[in-house]
Unconditional design. Structure first.
Length: 268
């Protein structure tokens, strides 16, 4: 008689309740929140910056894989099988043949995407995993306000049919860059199984933009920042209409500063 307790189980994310809808996951993990709080401190610089971001994405990517990837049932004869035929474990594990694509949105997303790629090739069939590269940057006016996004090129390795597409991008501020990236992938041949974005910090403005442009995208974030909201909004539940997390030049408040600059030690 095979084991049955590990068949059809439910995986539950540690997350906050909010009013943004079912496709937004705001994680409530004390370890990740502690690491992110440390990352945001002005005295934290390289090499600690890289260590923190890498470690947080190791955890975040695993949570997303556990929540989004399909499973398959296996029956494993363990090392004890030579002693007894009852030494067979049965249960649901990740479907190793799921196609997966992780997208490096250069430059803040370069290292997070590499973490996702390395995690995926260890947990699933490496032949089914691909890493793409998209090169884009914010455009700003003379006052430093964000005016849009420029795309300088991309290296995309094929179609997206049946794939789980992961977009690891640390800061979800305005949502302009990520929305443009999602549009690019929706123009490729095939239909993805799921598109999920993975962030350290997002804003209410980011959520609103993505839900307007791409309501099918699933958003994961360690933290949502709404520091420019009214006092009444900050005292209230997450998901109110008058929330704001961007200052006048569209940087996140409280935020962490320019994470792409910090990761690369290149402040341009």
């Amino acid at each position: 008689m095979p084991e049955s307790a590990y068949q059809g189980y439910t995986y539950r994310l540690p997350e906050l309740a909010h009013g943004y809808g079912a496709n937004v996951h705001l994680l409530a993990d004390p370890i990740l929140l502690s690491q992110l709080a440390r990352l945001c401190r002005p005295e934290v610089v390289q090499p600690e910056i890289t260590t923190l971001v890498r470690d947080m994405y190791h955890s975040l990517v695993r949570m997303v894989i556990a929540n989004e990837f399909p499973r398959e049932r296996v029956h494993v004869k363990t090392r004890m099988y030579e002693q007894t035929e009852r030494a067979v474990w049965s249960g649901d594990v990740l479907d190793s043949n799921t196609r997966a694509i992780t997208v490096n949105i250069a430059r803040a997303g370069t290292m997070p995407s590499q973490v996702a790629f390395e995690t995926l090739i260890h947990l699933t069939n490496p032949a089914k995993v691909r890493q793409d590269h998209v090169f884009m940057a914010r455009t700003t006016d003379d006052a430093g306000c964000v005016t849009g996004v420029s795309m300088s090129g991309s290296k995309i390795g094929g179609d997206v049919e049946g794939a789980v597409v992961l977009l690891p991008d640390p800061m979800g501020a305005t949502g302009v860059s990520l929305s443009r990236t999602v549009s690019l992938y929706k123009e490729l041949p095939g239909r993805p199984r799921r598109i999920a974005s993975l962030h350290l910090i997002i804003t209410p403005e980011f959520v609103r933009r993505m839900q307007t442009d791409h309501p099918d995208v699933v958003i994961y974030a360690i933290r949502l920042d709404r520091g420019m909201s009214s006092e009444a909004a900050l005292r209230g539940p997450l998901g109110q209409q008058d929330e704001s997390g961007l200052n006048e030049i569209q940087y996140i408040v409280p935020g962490a500063g320019g994470v792409g600059e910090l990761l690369n030690n290149s402040f341009v």
